[in-house]
Design a protein around this ligand. Sequence first.
Ligand SMILES: Cc1cc2nc3c(=O)[nH]c(=O)nc-3n(C[C@H](O)[C@H](O)[C@H](O)COP(=O)(O)O)c2cc1C
Length: 192
Amino acid sequence: MAKVISEDIGAYYYHFPAVATIVTAQARGRENAMAVAWHTSISFNPPLYGISISPKRFTYQLIVDSKEFGVNFLPFEQAGLVASVGGSKGAEIDKFRQFDIARDKPVKTAVPILKAAYAAYECKLVDDKGYGDHRLLVGEIVAVHLLKEAFAPEETLDLAKVSPTLYLGSERYLTVSRETIKYLDRKVYGKH
Ligand SMILES: Cc1cc2nc3c(=O)[nH]c(=O)nc-3n(C[C@H](O)[C@H](O)[C@H](O)COP(=O)(O)O)c2cc1C
């Protein structure tokens, strides 16, 4: 198959599967949740996490007002919830009520933490910068909520216990299979 080279960039963000998360926030008595596929770890120490969200999102205003946000990782069985909070607007409905979302109590912030999450971070906003039509919000992780049994002794996800929610794009969700895990030791592979 021949490759096409083009300056028409197109949907570059669909060229690899993303992990679909639910970002949560609250301010002035309003709480909200939205789907976020554009996110990344940034620093070990301090532990920094970045999310890229449009300033049009209701969630963005809540984060700017409270200087806090939550990042929630859901098992594949909850992919429908990702689509629900990603397909509705907090400016129009109370998503927690509408989709009957159960919460865990936060410990270092006031952000809602989702009970269904196998991992969730409470973050304090440290930076908010515009890049093109989105804002890169960087938060310091001040508390993590982990379903301990979902993790193997080496601290990676135990795929026998939990299947992460991945997003391919164009409303298509998938997960991963532990049969495809390969152990490739970088110290061995990087030898020269
Ligand atoms: C799977 C999925 C991933 C998404 N990822 C992002 C994202 O990374 N950044 C963003 O700004 N919006 C993203 N969205 C869109 C928002 O979730 C959507 O606009 C939502 O309605 C915003 O809610 P709010 O206005 O209540 O904050 C995504 C939607 C879906 C379904």
